[in-house]
Design a protein around this ligand. Structure first.
Ligand code: SIN
Length: 546
C-alpha cells in the first residue's frame, strides 16, 4: 500500500487532518476497530472557544494557563485560543450541528465547565463528540482521495535511513509509513507523511472513561522509533465517571456541574468548599483529588453528583444521553443522586510536536491526544482537547501544503517486508489476559491520583518484569491485536511511572506525597526518549522553562 499521507486513527484529529491533506494528495486512514470507535465519539462536553461578546481571548488564555499549573507554553496557548472561533465555524461549515441560542450574542448555546470563567463550550447537548464524528466521517467517506480502512491495527512505524529537508531530528532516520495488520496479515503501508492520531492511553488504568481502543498505540510506536516524549506523568483523571457494576466507562460530563450539580458524600453533605473556593467548578486535578481523599477517609465506594434541584424537563433536554443511560441503570437523575468515581480520562503528556504538528522524527506528525503540543501543561482545561485537535490538524495541514511542491515529487523508498520468523501460534491466551488485568490494577493502585515514591519504585520493578514477559511472547508467537495492545500499554505504563519518579514535586495532575508542594524553581516541561539500546528505559534529554 502506498499513499501520500497515512493517518493512523479516525477521531477528530485524524479526520480533520485527512480532509485537509486530501486537497494535496492521496490519503489512507487506518483505524483498528470500527471508524466510530474513538474517544471523540464519546466526548460529551464540547469544544471551548471564545464566541460570546462578553468573553475574551485573554480570559480563555488565562483559564488555560491557570489549569495548566505553570507548564503551558504561552505561545501555543495563544495560538490555539485565537484560532478557536475560526475552527469552530469551520466545523459548522462541515455540517456539525452545535446547539443554537438566538438570544446569545454568538448565536450558540454555550456550556460551562470546571476552570472556565465564562460560558464558552459549544456543544450538541451531551452528544457533542458523536455529532462531530458523524459530520467528519460523512465527508471522509465521500471523499474520492481518502480510503478509510477499518479493523487495521498498526504495529510499528516504518523507519529508513535519510532526512527530510527542513525537518530536523531522527538521528539520520525518518518515518515512511507503518506496518499494518489486518486479519492476521501484516503489510507495509508506505507514505510521504505519517500522522499519529490514535488518541490516548486510558486503558493503562483499571477505571477509565476511554473507549477500548485507547491503548497508547501511537505513543508507544513513536517512543520505540526514538521520538521525544513530554510530561508523561500528567494523566488526567476525570472526577465523575458513573459508578455502577454494569457500567465500564460511562462519563458524567463536567457540563452537569456547569449547570449546577453539586458533589456530595453518602451523608449528602457537599464537600468541595473544603478544597477550593471555586467549589464544584474547580479544575479537574483539584476535584479528582478531593474525591479521592473523601473516599479514602470515609471508606465509601463512591461520591454523588446531585442535580435534582434543576427542572426535570430541562435536564432531559440538556443531557439526553446521561439521563437515558442512568435511567437504564435505575437512576433517575431528575430525582436521584448520581453515584460517581474518578477515572483515567486524558493523557496530557505525549509525543513532542512543534507548532506544525511535527514530531522529532522527520516524516512523522502527531495530533490530538497522542501529541504533546504545550497547550495543556500540567492539567488540561475542560473542552480544550477537541479544540487542540482541530487547531493542530489545521497547522499540520498548512505545513504540508507549504512543503508539498518539494515533497510531492519525492519517491517513498522501499522497505523490508514484515518478517514472521519462527513465530508460532500462542496456545494459551491466558498469558495475555492475565497481564491486561495485572497492568491495569497495578497502575490504578500504585500510579493513580495520589502517588508515592515507594509505590512508584515497586510499580517500576513489577511492570518491567511484566513488560519483559510480554516482549518475549511478542517475539515467540504470531502476533495478534490483543498482544500488540498489551505490549503498548505495558510500555506506556513504564513511561508514566519513570516520568512520575523524575518529577519530585506536586504540580497539576501529578501529586506525590513525598513532595506535596510545588517546587517554585522548577516550572519545567520534561522531554525524554528511549535510552540507547534499551527497550523501555528513558533518558531525560531537556528541561525547559516556558
Ligand atoms: C466532559 O464532558 O466532562 C469531558 C470534556 C473534556 O474532557 O474536556
Amino acid at each position: 500500500m502506498e499513499s501520500d499521507f497515512l493517518v493512523i486513527g479516525s477521531g477528530i484529529a485524524g479526520l480533520s487532518f485527512a480532509l485537509k491533506c486530501a486537497e494535496l494528495g492521496s490519503v489512507v486512514v487506518v483505524t483498528k476497530k470500527k471508524d466510530v470507535d474513538t474517544a471523540t465519539n464519546l466526548a460529551q462536553g464540547g469544544i471551548a472557544a471564545v464566541l460570546e461578546r462578553d468573553d475574551s481571548m485573554q480570559s480563555h488564555v488565562e483559564d488555560t494557563v491557570v489549569a495548566g499549573a505553570g507548564l503551558c507554553d504561552a505561545e501555543v496557548v495563544r495560538l490555539v485560543v485565537e484560532s478557536g472561533p475560526k475552527r469552530v465555524r469551520e466545523l459548522v461549515a462541515l455540517g456539525v450541528d452545535f446547539v443554537r441560542d438566538q438570544e446569545s450574542s454568538s448565536g450558540y448555546s454555550l456550556g460551562r465547565e470546571g476552570g472556565h470563567s465564562h460560558r464558552r463550550v459549544a456543544h450538541a447537548y451531551d452528544l457533542t463528540g458523536r455529532e462531530i464524528e458523524r459530520a467528519l466521517l460523512e465527508k471522509v467517506r465521500n471523499h474520492s482521495q481518502i480510503r478509510l480502512l477499518e479493523e487495521h491495527i498498526v504495529i510499528d512505524l516504518l523507519m529508513v535511513e535519510g532526512e527530510l529537508e527542513g525537518w530536523h531530528g531522527g538521528e539520520g532516520k525518518r518515518c515512511v509509513g507503518a506496518y499494518v495488520m489486518e486479519g492476521g496479515v501484516v503489510e507495509t503501508y508506505r507514505a510521504k507523511i505519517t500522522a499519529l492520531c490514535s488518541g490516548g492511553a486510558g486503558k493503562v488504568y483499571l477505571y477509565t472513561t476511554n473507549p477500548d481502543i485507547a491503548t497508547g498505540d501511537g505513543l508507544a510506536m513513536a517512543f520505540r522509533a526514538g521520538a521525544e516524549m513530554a510530561n508523561m506523568e500528567f494523566v488526567q483523571f476525570h472526577p465523575t465517571c458513573l459508578y455502577h457494576p454494569q457500567e465500564k466507562n460511562f462519563l458524567i460530563s463536567e457540563a452537569v456541574r456547569g449547570e449546577g450539580a453539586i458533589l456530595v458524600g453518602a451523608d449528602n453533605v457537599p464537600f468541595m468548599e473544603k478544597y477550593d473556593p471555586r467549589k464544584d467548578l474547580a479544575t479537574r486535578d483539584t476535584v479528582a483529588r478531593a474525591i479521592d481523599k473523601e473516599l479514602k477517609e470515609t471508606g465509601e465506594d463512591c461520591v454523588y453528583l446531585d442535580i435534582t434541584h434543576r427542572d426535570p424537563e430541562y435536564l432531559k433536554k440538556r443531557f439526553p444521553t446521561i439521563y437515558q443511560r442512568c435511567l437504564s441503570r435505575g437512576i433517575d437523575i431528575t430525582s436521584q443522586r448520581i453515584p460517581v468515581v474518578p477515572a483515567a480520562h486524558y493523557m496530557c503528556g505525549g509525543v513532542k510536536t512543534d507548532q506544525q504538528g511535527r514530531t522529532t522524527i522527520p516524516g512523522l506528525m502527531a495530533l490530538g491526544e497522542t501529541a504533546w503540543t504545550g497547550l495543556h501543561g500540567g492539567n488540561r482545561l475542560a473542552s480544550n482537547s477537541l479544540l487542540e485537535a482541530v487547531v493542530f490538524a489545521d497547522c499540520a495541514a498548512r505545513y504540508c501544503r507549504s512543503v508539498w511542491p518539494q515533497l510531492q515529487e519525492k519517491k517513498v523508498p522501499d522497505v523490508d517486508e514484515w518478517q514472521r520468523g519462527e513465530a508460532r501460534k500462542m496456545s494459551e491466551e491466558i498469558l495475555i489476559n492475565h497481564n491486561w488485568d495485572a497492568i491495569r490494577r497495578l497502575m490504578w493502585n500504585y500510579v493513580g491520583i495520589v502517588r508515592s515514591l515507594k509505590r512508584l519504585a515497586l510499580a517500576k520493578e513489577r511492570m518491567a518484569a511484566i513488560y519483559d514477559e510480554i516482549d518475549q511472547h511478542y517475539r515467540d508467537y504470531i502476533i495478534t491485536p490483543n498482544m500488540v495492545e498489551l505490549r503498548n500499554i505495558s510500555l506506556i505504563s513504564l513511561l508514566i511511572i519513570q516520568s512520575a519518579m523524575e518529577r519530585k514535586e506536586s504540580r497539576g495532575l501529578h501529586y506525590l506525597i513525598d513532595f506535596p508542594e510545588k517546587n517554585a524553581d522548577c516550572r519545567q516541561t520534561r522531554f525524554c526518549k528511549k535510552k540507547n539500546g534499551r527497550k523501555w528505559e528513558i533518558e531525560m534529554i531537556e528541561e525547559i522553562n516556558r
